[in-house]
Design a protein around this ligand. Structure first.
Ligand SMILES: Nc1ncnc2c1ncn2[C@@H]1O[C@H](COP(=O)(O)OP(=O)(O)OP(=O)(O)O)[C@@H](O)[C@H]1O
Length: 376
């Protein structure tokens, strides 16, 4: 027998998104601004020129956490390296707090970098320095007197929960602890923005969660603007107020994280979200799921997203009746972005191409999004 077909029956109560939570407050002021930025690495010997970034226009509002997600080679690292001047744009401008980073000479850039903290996937700590001395390093370079350094570093170690490890060397710390040192070091010069380059990619899921919670905390407590790059939608979901999806050196979609999760428009965004949903499917389905419709796989698995106003709609029974197809519910859950709930329902329908596209069209006519996760 088929599962119940109304969303209201399938999914626990889904409240209307509250206006304050759904509409992320976007301060007028951008602290990082990409203006029609291009970056081309010139041809060298046998290598052709690489157009790593094209026509990037993006604003990071003050106090926000903006996540840039893209696959390997999409241009994420190049994008973030333009912000601290490790690369110069071939076209356009990158502004940090209204300063054109690409136009600075070396001395001015060194000074400006004090207001741009950065954390890295592999932490980049100095092995021969203790946790305290790693955090102190940027202050020593800036010529801050020793007593002041101590007064600055100790509260930072406290903030990241490492006061008891102050005299430990990196080799004596776990990955999560090393990243905490990295965060404290990035905060030492009281930056206005923090750049995060895949900062949780080398960490296990539990430690990732703790580090992301710490980023959220420093963002809120210090009103620090964060620009992070990642290839994982789970990271975006956990911390980002806003998201930009980058593909082939271009931003293909951006917006408030809730909006992008609830109504993804670009195929790249949809496939990142599908991969995230696929991870949480029941094992019996996940193990059989294949990307291609093959003989013997006669059911397509679809992910349908709905927001508050649709919770009571009998969407699935309507689609089922309209098209005379069986719609089976595999999983229904309420997901949440920054406190705003939205529903994700995974269904299976007959897997032949005409039926699948008819179901997707019918669902989209109801202003919901649907995409194929695979075939079982
Ligand atoms: N210094 C360089 N010289 C030439 N090409 C480069 C250079 N740095 C990056 N590229 C190229 O620019 C493109 C974007 O690279 P980038 O490192 O920004 O991607 P990414 O999204 O960060 O990838 P990953 O997730 O694998 O680190 C790639 O094609 C890369 O090979």
């Amino acid at each position: 027998m088929n599962a119940p077909l109304t969303l209201a029956a399938a999914v626990p109560t889904l409240p209307e998104p509250s206006v304050s939570a759904a509409a992320i407050p976007v301060p007028a002021r951008s602290i990082i601004r990409f203006e029609r930025v291009a970056k081309t690495f010139p041809a060298r010997r046998s290598h052709a020129a690489v157009h790593a970034l094209s026509d990037i226009t993006l604003d990071v509002p003050e106090g926000a956490i903006l996540g840039v997600i893209g696959r390997s080679g999409a241009g994420k690292s190049t994008l973030i390296r333009l912000v601290n001047g490790l690369e110069k744009p071939s076209g356009g401008r990158v502004l940090v707090d209204d300063v054109d980073i690409g136009a600075l000479d070396e001395a001015a850039l060194r000074k400006e970098r004090r207001s741009i903290g950065m954390i890295f996937q592999h932490f980049n700590l100095l092995a021969r320095r203790t946790a305290f001395d790693n955090v102190a390093l940027p202050l020593e370079i800036a010529g801050v007197p020793r007593a002041e350094i101590k007064a600055r570093v100790e509260p930072l170690l406290d903030l990241v929960g490492l006061s008891d490890k102050r005299d430990r060397y990196p080799a004596e710390l776990s990955g999560g602890q090393k990243q905490r040192v990295g965060i404290a070091r990035a905060l030492a010069t009281k930056p206005r923005v923090l750049l995060s380059d895949e900062a949780t990619s080398a960490l296990d899921p539990e430690t990732t969660e703790q580090i992301l919670a710490l980023l959220r905390r420093v963002n809120a407590e210090l009103n620090l603007t964060v620009l992070l790059i990642t290839h994982e939608m789970a990271v975006i979901k956990a911390v980002a107020d806003k998201v930009a999806v980058i593909d082939g050196g271009r931003i293909v979609e951006d917006g408030a994280t809730y909006e992008v999760f609830a109504r993804p428009r670009h195929p790249t965004t949809r496939s990142f979200l599908a991969a995230l949903t696929a991870k949480s499917l029941p094992r019996r389905v996940a193990e059989r799921l294949s990307g291609e419709p093959r003989e013997g796989r006669d059911q397509a698995v679809l992910r349908i997203v709905f927001t508050g106003q649709h919770a009571q709609d009998p969407v699935l029974s309507r689609v089922s009746r309209l098209l005379s197809v069986d719609v089976n519910i595999i999983q229904a859950q309420v997901d949440e972005i920054a406190g705003t709930p939205f529903g994700v329902i995974v269904v299976s329908v007959p897997g032949d191409a005409p039926t699948v596209s008819a179901v997707i069209n019918a669902v989209e006519r109801l202003n919901l999004t649907a995409e194929v996760l695979g075939y079982v």
